[in-house]
Design a protein around this ligand. Structure first.
Ligand SMILES: NC(=O)c1ccc[n+]([C@@H]2O[C@H](COP(=O)([O-])OP(=O)(O)OC[C@H]3O[C@@H](n4cnc5c(N)ncnc54)[C@H](O)[C@@H]3O)[C@@H](O)[C@H]2O)c1
Length: 444
């Protein structure tokens, strides 16, 4: 009799998380400080890590009737929150307390309780160039003759942090601003060509790529929280493989796109047609200000638009999804700060083509949704590294708007398939049966 689980394999060899784990964040803005302050608040019992799979999630093992449902953090060996040390870079020389207070995501009452801790985290000077983020300017930046020199300086920063904080392992997560839209070109194709490009200050090499290169060279896993091209290029994939380092990206899946990847798979599951999906947002944080620049918006737009095509598969279901109209707008509206509002108008059709509409008005908090994603990525990327996994970690697609994947496949955007993939990967690593949900054995 077939069962609802697929055969188990040998458990993977996973190094234990000994010592401290360093978390390095290029960009200490709203998301990064909400994440850091949140971890410290949780460590002190001032709040709960809501939204984090590694802290609150469970995983079913074996048959439903076995009733084995451990916490994920008890099932795989993850670093403990108490072992995390934080550092980062920013173009503003502002400690994490001032930055968090400026962004206003967390209440002063909470920030004041952890003030000395946050004040102790000051950014290192950034690799920055206004050409790639038009709406920003900062003075806390590195100076070097070439991008090659700048990459070397970031590598030195990483080593200094490793020694000073006495960490045994590191993970880097890009929490910097969204850069202008770049597409892969010749200089991105090989590692050798990319390194020449660094030396010659090639304009297709953006600052985020310099951080990614430095991280990989230093053997540090890299996750990309913005839609920037960054490490989604053959040259840096080559380096990740060479250095045996795991990578993942792009663009944290929060807010409106999270909703889209929850609702769209449901419509498709019931074969409900779609004629149009109009999404608009107002937000007033610095991210919103950066995205007000058409070149940065283009990078975000591409990331947000790709989701529906992949979930709905119009080429397989032309009667339902061919030619649906999809529009995404982001409007910078300062009074809202980080408390974004996202509206969706969805025009659908059912039996015999009769039209219907769905309206979603999501009053969300961007950084509150992003912070647990940063935490999970840090802990899972460290797990991947200790397990010897290298290159693209597609099992972490769950966290991204534009998941990186092998060139031979399309990205998986359906949140529920992504979650199954993530949990089956954990089962696989532990030599547990994978879950297929067949379930015929319960009716023998
Ligand atoms: N908040 C969300 O829900 C969410 C979701 C998906 C993606 N993102 C992306 O995450 C990133 C961070 O978002 P945020 O809301 O914290 O933005 P933010 O503007 O508050 O923070 C970004 C920080 O990066 C700094 N920065 C810019 N370029 C840099 C560089 N080259 N080196 C070092 N620092 C640099 C800026 O000075 C700023 O402090 C953005 O790219 C955003 O698009 C956010």
């Amino acid at each position: 009799m077939a069962t609802s689980t697929a055969q188990r394999g040998e458990p993977a060899r996973i190094e234990e998380p000994q010592g401290k784990l360093g978390v390095l964040l290029p960009g200490l803005g709203a998301v990064a400080t909400t994440f850091i302050a949140g971890v410290e608040a949780v460590r002190r019992g001032l709040g709960q890590p809501i939204g984090s799979l590694t802290q609150m999630g469970t995983i079913r093992l074996g048959k439903r009737s076995d009733k084995r449902v451990p916490m994920i953090r008890d099932f795989v060996p993850l670093a403990s929150l108490n072992d995390l040390e934080f550092g980062g870079w920013d173009i503003r020389d502002e400690d994490c307390y001032s930055s968090a207070a400026h962004h206003g995501v967390l209440e002063p009452r909470l920030l004041d309780q952890i003030r000395p801790f946050l004040e102790g985290i000051r950014p290192m000077p950034a690799v920055f160039n206004r050409y790639y983020v038009k709406r920003l300017d900062g003075t806390h930046v590195k100076k070097g003759k070439s991008n090659w020199d700048l990459a070397r300086m970031v590598q030195d920063d990483i080593e200094r942090f490793r020694v000073e904080k006495k960490v045994s392992r590191l993970v880097m997560v890009w929490c910097g601003s969204t850069e202008i839209f770049l597409q892969p070109e010749a200089v991105h194709q090989t590692l050798e060509g990319f390194e020449c490009g660094l030396k010659e200050n090639h304009p297709a090499i953006a600052p985020s790529m310099i951080y990614a290169y430095a991280a990989l060279k230093s053997g540090v896993p890299f996750a990309n929280g913005a839609p920037n091209l960054t490490l989604d290029i053959p040259a840096l994939m080559e380096l990740a493989k060479q250095q045996q380092v795991p990578v993942c990206g792009k663009d944290f899946k929060t807010g409106q796109t999270l909703m889209k990847t929850i609702v769209a798979p449901g419509l498709k599951a019931r074969l409900i047609g779609l004629s149009g999906w109009f999404s608009t947002n107002i937000l007033g944080n610095r991210d919103g200000e950066v995205l007000d620049d058409p070149e940065s918006f283009k990078t975000k737009e591409e990331s947000k638009l790709s989701v529906l095509e992949h979930i709905l598969q119009p080429e397989i279901y032309p009667e339902l999804y061919k030619d649906f109209y999809h529009k995404v707008r982001i409007n910078y509206y300062p009074p809202r700060g980080d408390n974004k509002e996202g509206w969706d108008n969805i025009d659908i059709f059912g039996w015999l083509g009769y039209p219907m509409q769905i309206k979603i008005d999501f009053l969300c908090r961007d950084s509150i949704l992003a912070a647990p994603i940063v935490l999970d990525l840090v802990l899972f990327m460290d797990l991947a590294k200790r397990t010897g996994m290298r290159g693209i970690q597609e099992w972490l697609s769950f966290y991204f708007k534009s998941p990186m994947c092998a060139p031979s496949v399309y990205p998986e955007h359906d949140l529920f398939i992504q979650l199954m993939k993530l949990k089956n990967t954990l089962r696989y690593l532990r030599g547990e049966d994978l879950i297929t949900h067949l379930g015929l054995e319960y009716y023998d």
